[in-house]
Design a protein around this ligand. Structure first.
Ligand code: KG4
Ligand code: ZN
Length: 341
């Protein structure tokens, strides 16, 4: 069976073909809108939707060409149904349903976060349920107990900004560009870890929630108190102080979740999961706390069509309902614990 995955929940158009016979991807393509949103320092929803309209069909043509496949050889179309930006979701859903109608094949609406949660299976044959997932992206920061396919229990989440959003906002304050995560990661390598000690919010609260707005304000106050046209070294010191603080919080909460549940497998997904320093610290701590940690390939940390095609394949394997009426209804506010198999 060949499953076409279409991801368009935010600012990346991603398409992929997953083949259930070979249990692998045939091909995948992605078009990031970073250049479109760069000058605004964040995603502009209206521009994101318009850009998806321009990119998805050419990407589909490229995908089919890369895998030497005709459109009617696709068996099922999986698309991101939510959560995400309404306009962006609508574009992906309407294209998915139109293609499906034209070739008389069913569609399946996928929860974007389920796509992220399952993404490490694409490259880790030894990964099995259950596990604890740290989902850290531009829009979400959650700790989830993943019991089995479709059975997810939300342990905790951010009470305000998401981790990726915090990276982006601080990069904007430091005038480093968008998206901020990779820029902060890079510049922080030249920073002195002993100059700025920023707060570690909610580190000792006995729960699995996060809060990053105080950390962001604290960084802002430092930037305000020194000159706006910061020297590169000063920017690097601030970035390093911020990175150390956010990584401390993320890793401590992961370890608390593993201890509390008795699980010994950790999965880290979402854009921030590509962060080199976060991976390094989690890898260092695994001996001490006796856990194994799995990540998706770096290219599948940020939004992509491969994870949506794969989640579609997993849902079909688990007899999830397919839709043949093409009356798509997007779910911009869909919560992870509202998912059913
Ligand atoms: O998963 P994703 O594509 O978006 C959502 O679904 O929300 O993640 C995008 C986020 C951005 O905020 C970006 O700054 C962050 O992931 N990010 C990183 C890194 N690469 C991307 N954050 C920290 N370090 C990175 N290397
Ligand atoms: Zn995402």
């Amino acid at each position: 069976m060949i499953i076409l995955g279409i991801e368009s929940s935010c600012d990346d158009s991603g398409l992929a073909l997953y083949d259930t016979h070979i249990k692998n991807l045939r091909s995948h393509v992605i078009c990031s809108q970073n250049l479109v949103h760069k000058k605004y320092g964040g995603v502009v929803p209206e521009l994101a939707a318009r850009t998806h309209i321009q990119t998805i069909i050419p990407l589909l043509k490229k995908l089919l060409k890369n895998s030497n496949l005709e459109l009617n050889k696709i068996d099922i179309i999986a698309y991101t149904k939510g959560p995400g930006l309404s306009g962006s979701l609508l574009v992906g859903a309407s294209i998915a349903c139109s293609i499906a109608l034209s070739i008389n094949k069913p569609v399946i609406g996928i929860h974007h976060l389920e796509g992220h949660l399952l993404s490490p299976f694409l490259s880790n044959n030894s990964l099995t349920f259950p596990f604890i997932a740290l989902l850290v992206s531009g829009g979400h920061t959650q700790l989830i107990k993943v019991n089995s396919m479709g059975n997810y229990f939300l342990l905790g989440e951010t009470l305000d900004d998401a981790a990726g959003e915090t990276f982006d906002k601080i990069a904007k304050m430091l005038d480093l560009g968008y998206p901020g995560g990779p820029k902060i990661s890079l510049i922080s390598e030249f920073g002195d870890p002993n100059i700025y000690k920023f707060p570690r919010p909610m580190l000792y609260t006995n729960d699995f929630n996060f809060s990053f707005s105080g950390l962001k304000t604290s960084v802002l106050n430092v930037i305000k108190n020194i000159k706006l046209d910061l020297l590169k070294q000063e920017k690097a010191n601030i970035a390093r102080g911020f990175l150390d603080a956010i990584i401390d919080v993320l890793t401590s909460k992961c370890i608390a979740a593993l201890k509390n549940t008795g699980f010994n497998k950790l999965v880290v997904v979402g854009g921030v999961g590509a962060n080199k320093q976060l991976r390094k610290k989690l890898n260092i701590l695994k001996k001490k706390y006796n856990y194994t940690v799995f990540y998706p390939k770096k290219e599948f940390c940020t939004d992509n069509g491969a994870m949506i095609a794969f989640a579609g394949a997993m849902r079909i394997e688990n007899n999830s309902n397919l839709e043949l009426n093409y009356e798509f209804n997007i779910k911009p506010q869909w919560k992870i614990n509202q998912i059913k198999i």
